[in-house]
Design a protein around this ligand. Structure first.
Ligand code: COA
Length: 333
């Protein structure tokens, strides 16, 4: 006997974000490495980034973003059944950062785990949570992108340290009712042949930090910028086009595109290729730099709270990161 599973539609009921207080400007970086505000601004669009305080961990940033999302959604932590934290800068290798967040929120009913998909993690988490709600397993979920990348940056390497920052963004997902918005479609991809162009090579089991290699700072972000740039543009363009098509939309139906916030030139190149005008593309990387898994989540929250889209509008989220990984989601708000 075949069983036809009913699929519940899933919506985003609330968003939240949190940025640490300390601002590090390009002028501050000029005092640390051989760089200039002019170089950073013209190559990336970044003017400043936030740096977490000592003792302020990824789970603390995640918890604050989650509290803001829960409050906007009007859902109590006690009613959350699933927490997924996307991060590449967890508090500890084990247990998962999501477990610390579960405890800090008092979300005692929730199962909690992390996923590691770099800058694509928030949309990977969204896809997983959506599936777990739509098949009836859970009603309310919390997905969080949170990073304390300042702990994994080599502050002597001007090629990378100017790019990254700390922060967290969150969204509450729940079953949607008749007449409410819904996540329409998600497109995801991975290319494991490209693990070498953007990674943290040390600190894992393949290369544990030891007294012999400690000076090499292997447990910090390393990147071949130009290669990443080209692949990022192609992957995000293709994922966006596919998700727009799968959702039965055209570019004209899109109110706002919210891309991963890594580099303004990457964002401009995608907007050009998608023939979406710049005013329909959300950018906040000038303030925060690249916060990896947190970036699109923070951008979603800021765009939402500043009224860049409203109920009934269709938006596209599109991301790209180490792995390589990429994803795009079409959402009717
Ligand atoms: N300040 C000043 N000069 C710098 C610098 C800095 N912070 N970082 C690098 N440079 C120098 C390089 O050493 C190089 O000098 P050289 O020509 O004497 O060797 C020069 O600037 C040009 O480097 P190049 O790599 O050609 O610059 P670019 O135009 O490709 O820009 C990135 C570099 C990193 C900004 C760009 O490649 C990029 O954004 N890539 C994608 C990165 C990304 O988004 N990663 C995350 C994906 S999730």
């Amino acid at each position: 006997m075949s069983v036809i599973a009913s699929e519940y539609p899933v919506m985003i009921a609330g968003t939240g974000s949190y940025l640490p207080e300390r601002v590090m400007t390009n002028a501050d970086l000029e005092k640390i490495v051989d760089t200039t505000d002019e170089w950073i601004t013209s190559r990336t669009g970044i003017k400043a980034r936030r740096i977490a305080a000592e003792g302020e961990n990824t789970s603390d940033l995640a918890t604050k973003a989650a509290e803001n999302a829960l409050s906007q959604a009007g859902i109590a932590a006690a009613d959350i059944e699933l927490i997924i934290v996307a991060t590449i800068s967890p508090d500890t290798i084990t247990p998962a950062t999501a477990c610390y967040v579960q405890h800090k929120l008092g979300a005692t009913q929730a199962i909690a785990f992390d996923i590691s998909a770099a800058c694509s993690g928030f949309l990977y988490a969204m896809k997983m949570a959506k599936r777990m709600i739509s098949d009836g397993a859970y009603k309310n979920a919390l997905i969080i992108g949170a990073e304390k990348l300042s702990a994994f940056v080599n502050w002597e390497d001007r090629n990378t340290c100017v790019l990254f920052g700390d922060g967290a963004g969150a969204a509450v997902l729940r079953r949607s009712e008749e007449g409410e918005g819904r996540i329409l479609a998600t497109e995801m991809g991975t290319d494991g042949a490209q693990t070498g162009i953007l990674n943290i090579p040390g600190g894992g089991s393949a290369c544990p930090t030891s007294s012999e290699n400690v000076d090499q700072k292997l447990a910090s972000l390393q990147m071949s910028g130009r290669e990443v740039f080209k692949l990022a543009v192609n992957a995000m363009k293709n994922a966006s086009e596919k998700v727009i098509e799968r959702a039965g939309l055209t570019a004209d139906d899109i109110k706002l595109v919210i891309p991963h916030q890594a580099n303004l030139r990457i964002i401009d190149a995608i907007a050009d290729r998608l023939t979406v005008p710049n005013e329909k593309v959300f950018v906040n990387l000038d303030k925060y730099g690249n916060t990896s898994a947190a970036a699109v989540a923070i951008a979603l929250d800021e765009a939402h709270r500043s009224g860049r889209f409203e109920r009934g509008d269709t938006i596209i989220l599109v991301v790209f990161g180490a792995g390589l990984t990429w994803a795009a989601s079409a959402i009717e708000w």
